[in-house]
Design a protein around this ligand. Structure first.
Ligand SMILES: *Cc1c(COP(=O)(O)O)cnc(C)c1O
Length: 372
């Protein structure tokens, strides 16, 4: 047989909903020679990753680690460890990822209650308060940064309401972590998961998670085994903890990548990083509005790292995105679900949040829209 050519895809500028551009230092870290995943040197690396994740999540939670799979596995980890068959859960849905959480609740054998808000709007705390008068769930779940709609969900009021009802607060921070404030301790978040390929700007494949002591107590009080062997935190925590009991082989190169990505984040410092994401979002917003785009989300709830804009009538959706890719090597995201064909999703995540990225995309769009 004749072998395929060596893989050399044309480099792209990643301005979609993830993955984002990865810093060369992170790529270099991935080329570091492998060591064993129980090598004492690797255990130091895991401890450092844990400490840097705690700093990034702004938490002192002891149970903070990276699940060996993408963000959706972090989502599944939170639910399967906290819910037992017959438990009740309230899920807030205003986009694709809220729906995914609702799906997982059903697969855990738990009873699902849901609160819905229109796509492009946040969940109103009053809705949660009203729902909690009708049911008494073990946990309430919602998405901090809904990547399908571009909505940033305020969490402080909802957190208070959820805890007054005696429930745990479970938050999807896949897109927000590393791009905007995620104050796990201050906001009373009990279970949180993220992903590496959004604002952390590492390759996909790991899902940072963190559990409050309250959530850990709920896991310890379980009477039934977690339905997933791979995601069972009772075993995974022993691999990340003092015992270092073998559970599965850590994806070593990805851990090198996350280690370097977190070093870059904490060197930049969280506040400066969040300010950079806000600045570049504003620059993009101004440029898009000048070109005749309207943003989907009301100003107070706009995500700085994921911009959703209605596609003007004059522009064909797929062919224009294809031209951006073929002629300019720029990837942006299509609309998902209800927003398919109507909305573009433009990511400015982590290393992709630069003035250069913004100017490049705006110039390309200008040339496509106003050829002269
Ligand atoms: C990307 C994303 C996920 C899923 O993460 P994967 O890494 O694709 O599995 C979950 N929630 C949100 C909000 C996301 O943006």
């Amino acid at each position: 047989m004749s072998l395929p050519h060596e893989l050399i895809p044309t480099p792209r500028f990643l301005m979609g909903p993830g993955p984002s551009d990865v810093h060369p230092r992170v790529l270099r870290a991935m080329a570091t020679p492998l060591i064993g995943h129980l090598d004492p040197q690797f255990l130091v690396i895991m401890d450092e990753v844990k400490r840097m994740l705690q700093a990034t999540f702004q938490t002192t939670n002891e149970m903070t680690l990276a699940v060996s799979a993408t963000g959706s596995a972090g989502m599944e980890t939170c639910f399967v460890n906290l819910l037992q068959p017959g438990d009740e859960a309230l899920v807030c849905v205003n986009g694709v990822f809220g729906n995914r959480m609702a799906d997982i609740v059903g697969r855990c054998g738990a009873k699902l209650h849901r609160v819905d808000a229109p796509w492009g709007s946040p969940i109103d705390p009053q809705q949660v308060e009203d729902a909690l008068r009708e049911c008494k769930p073990k946990l309430v779940a919602l998405v901090h940064a809904e990547t399908s709609t571009g909505v940033l969900q305020p969490l402080t009021d909802i957190s208070r309401i959820v805890h007054e009802a005696g429930a745990l607060l479970l938050v999807d921070a896949v897109t927000s972590l590393g791009g905007t404030d995620v104050r796990v301790d201050d906001w009373g978040i009990d279970a949180v998961f993220s992903g590496t390929q959004k604002c952390l700007s590492a390759p996909p494949g790991l899902s940072p998670v963190s559990f409050s002591p309250r959530a850990v107590a709920a896991m310890d009080a379980r009477k039934t085994k977690v339905q997933s062997w791979y995601l069972d935190m009772r075993m995974v925590r022993n691999y990340w903890g003092e015992q270092r009991t073998y559970h599965h082989t850590a994806p070593i190169s990805l851990m090198y990548a996350l280690h370097e990505a977190l070093r870059i984040i904490l060197t930049e410092e969280l506040e400066a990083r969040f300010a950079r994401h806000r600045r570049n979002h504003e620059l993009l917003r101004d440029g898009l509005e000048e070109l005749g785009f309207t943003l989907v989300v009301e100003p107070p709830y706009r995500l700085p790292m994921l911009n959703t804009a209605w596609i003007p009538e004059s522009l064909a959706d797929a062919p224009t995105r294809r031209r951006l890719l073929d002629e300019y090597n720029i990837e942006i995201g299509a609309g998902l679900g209800e927003f398919a064909g109507k909305v573009w999703r433009i990511g400015l995540m982590g290393c992709s949040s630069t003035e250069n990225h913004v100017h490049m995309l705006l110039s390309a769009l200008k040339r496509i829209m106003r050829p002269t």
